[in-house]
Design a protein around this ligand. Structure first.
Ligand code: ATP
Ligand code: MG
Length: 241
């Protein structure tokens, strides 16, 4: 089942009198349960694409379809709802709230939307996620007492707390040493398998790209490769399977 589809997506940013064509004409699709890397050098358009999938930015032209919803047909309010109900986010710089403890950081997104289930069910789910990322002993520590790797584990649990279909992570390992970065990616992959959550992460680190089972490679705003492990999809043509 296709969960994300980009059709001839183009994004142009005005920059004074000129325009920067950050994404030229990009088409690809992501299957539910994919563990996919958007790979490419600095300036190739990775963040721009993740922002459009994350409904924080809209394409200049073309179509982005998330879980069956064409984002261009949605109002800002509907986009916000789609973002809350369908997407989880992990950031390069973790973006935790330093004065809150681990548990409170994980809980935070639940305070922004409509509460689902009973309080006891929500608390069990938060405990489960904290255990899943290996931080049970740290649950009552403030996030500013944690290492970078531990902070990113908190961010993973926080991204999952609303039970999103898709987790978006823009260079989630960029502020970590390479060994910790690999551990974080392996943890994301384990959760991807266990919960069938689709993970989309960007990186320019070749070693980390290898952990993905689907790789979209970008260069200057174009897709140069679209490869699902075990099958080659039309490389270089935008790669729509
Ligand atoms: N808000 C903006 N205004 C103008 N130009 C922008 C804006 N955001 C991005 N760009 C330009 O769009 C292009 C793609 O940028 P983008 O941030 O998507 O690349 P990236 O692959 O994420 O790079 P990095 O690896 O450095 O994070 C770049 O040329 C960049 O300068
Ligand atoms: Mg970027």
């Amino acid at each position: 089942m296709v969960i994300v589809e980009l059709e001839e997506v183009r994004k142009v940013y005005p920059l004074g009198k000129v325009e920067v064509e950050a994404v030229k004409s990009v088409s690809f699709s992501i299957e539910k349960g994919d563990f996919i890397s958007i790979a490419g050098p600095s300036g190739s358009g990775k963040t721009t694409i993740l922002n459009m999938i994350g409904c924080v930015d809209r394409p200049t032209s073309g179509k982005v379809v998330i879980n069956g919803n064409a984002t261009k047909d949605l109002s800002d309010k509907a986009l916000t709802t789609l973002r809350h109900e369908t997407l989880g986010f992990i950031f390069q710089s973790f973006n935790l709230i330093p004065v809150l403890n681990v548990r409170e950081n994980v809980e935070f997104p639940l305070l922004l939307g409509k509460a689902k289930g009973t309080k006891a069910e929500r608390e069990d789910w938060i405990d489960y996620l904290i255990e899943e990322v290996g931080l049970t002993q740290w649950a009552s520590h403030r996030s500013n007492e944690l290492s970078g790797g531990q902070r990113q584990r908190v961010a993973i649990a926080r991204a999952l707390v609303t039970k999103p279909h898709i987790v978006l992570a823009d260079e989630p390992t960029a502020n970590l040493d390479s060994k910790t970065g690999e551990q974080i990616l392996e943890l994301m992959k384990k959760i991807n398998r266990e919960m069938q959550t689709t993970f989309i992460f960007s990186t320019h680190d070749a070693k980390i790209v290898n952990i993905a089972d689907h790789v979209i490679r970008l260069q200057d705003g174009n897709v140069t490769e679209n490869l699902r492990k075990g099958e080659a999809l039309n490389a270089g043509t935008g790669g729509r399977a």
